[in-house]
Write a protein that binds this ligand. Structure first.
Ligand code: SF4
Length: 383
């Protein structure tokens, strides 16, 4: 696709005001009839809405519900979050991935306590200044909690808008993304105009756009015949729904291999905590070594690194998972270390019992592996 075509914005200009207002009215009445009953929709508290919006990034609603409910029970308000230990916050987040989001929630709560007297700010620019809060999250909080006409654009809304207006080109490109934000702004401002004073029209409109993308205007098999926007939807009218949104070329995948050791000594296992500013910062893991192309086997380099005889290692299995475009393979081994083993003194970590391991925050894939693979506990006599 040439550059001109790639950056071509819409096949038609933004709909005139009256069309937008009519579409917004249909969307609002559909949402008020059909909205799913989600726990964070029972509140206008910006704190609860903020937590839900951050959890919902990259994560499905059904996964988020139990996390949100547990979080709100343990940390029901900004003060409770601000006073929590980072480790407890990461444990509540365990399994949701993208752990910088949890660390930023904690930082932002502490900042709200010191800079805003513990009250969630209700001005968009102030919300945007908080750690971890970008244009989408600030817009979502201000519209949903405070009913302000602040636009939001996420994956669901990109799908709805690119189909409704038949917007060609990569929606993540700067020009097209800016165009989609403008269209989203026009819609939420139209909602502010059509809603009665006792209605929360901006809040409902943004949620309706997301709801439509999640339930009807889905990536595959959209249910256009049930859609409140079908009469104005250009892609539907032209029979081109499956062409939008256009896809950018996927990033090249990168394969990474690691050799991981579960080292046991006197009934305890060695774990190490990742640096706070690293990917998955603050989470715990077993000592591991990245293997290079020249490493055909995993045991020898691992044994050399840990300075334990390779004969002592027992293979426990392979853990495969992905982070963005990285495909990660971890070969996991169990080994027993002698008392005089020096490596641990030079590479600080924590020796934990099996029960203590369950209280630490691990990455989702490692937690699932640990919980499923009982063998290593048996192999090491840790039942
Ligand atoms: S008519 Fe179909 S493609 Fe258009 S917005 Fe509705 S569900 Fe999406």
């Amino acid at each position: 696709m040439n550059a001109e075509r790639r950056h071509r914005v819409a096949t038609q200009p933004a709909a005139p005001g009256s069309e937008v207002r009519a579409a917004v009215r249909r969307l609002l009445s559909w949402f008020r009839r059909e909205a799913r009953d989600l726990p964070w929709r029972q509140t206008c508290d910006p704190y609860g809405i903020w937590i839900s919006e951050v959890m919902l990034q990259q994560t499905q609603v059904k996964t988020v519900i139990p996390y949100w409910e547990r979080w709100m029970r343990r940390l029901p308000d900004i003060r409770a979050l601000a006073e929590a230990e980072a480790e407890a916050v990461l444990k509540l987040w365990e399994g949701l991935g993208y752990y910088s989001r949890a660390r930023n929630l904690l930082r932002a709560a502490r900042e709200i306590m010191t800079s805003h007297d513990g009250r969630f700010p209700d001005e968009f620019d102030q919300v945007l200044q908080l750690p971890g809060i970008g244009r989408y999250t600030a817009g979502a909080i201000c519209s949903i909690a405070f009913n302000q006409p602040t636009p939001i654009v996420d994956g669901n809304i990109i799908r709805v808008l690119t189909r409704y207006f038949a917007v060609a080109g990569d929606p993540k490109s700067r020009a097209i993304n800016a165009d989609l934000w403008q269209r989203a702004e026009a819609w939420v401002q139209a909602a502010a105009g059509v809603g009665r004073s006792n209605e929360r029209a901006c809040s409902d409109l943004n949620q309706a756009m997301m709801e439509l993308g999640a339930t009807l205007c889905t990536p595959t098999g959209p249910r256009c015949n049930a859609c409140p926007l079908r009469t104005g939807c250009v892609a539907f009218r032209r029979g081109m729904v499956d062409r939008f949104p256009e896809r950018a070329r996927p990033a090249t995948t990168i394969s990474l291999r690691y050799a991981t050791a579960i080292v046991e000594q006197a009934g305890k296992i060695l774990v190490q905590q990742r640096a706070m500013d690293a990917v998955n910062g603050g989470l715990w893991e077993f000592p591991h070594l990245e293997l290079t192309v020249g490493n055909s086997g995993a045991v020898e380099p691992l044994a050399q690194w840990l300075r334990i005889s390779s004969d002592e290692f027992r293979a426990m299995g392979i853990l495969r998972h992905s982070i963005t475009h990285h495909r990660i393979t971890q070969e996991i081994f169990a080994v027993r270390a002698e008392k005089k083993w020096r490596w641990a003194a030079e590479n600080p970590g924590r020796w934990v019992t099996r029960q203590e391991l369950d209280t630490l925050a691990l990455t989702g894939p490692l937690r699932r592996w640990v919980d499923r693979q009982l063998d290593w506990r048996e192999t090491l006599g840790l039942r």
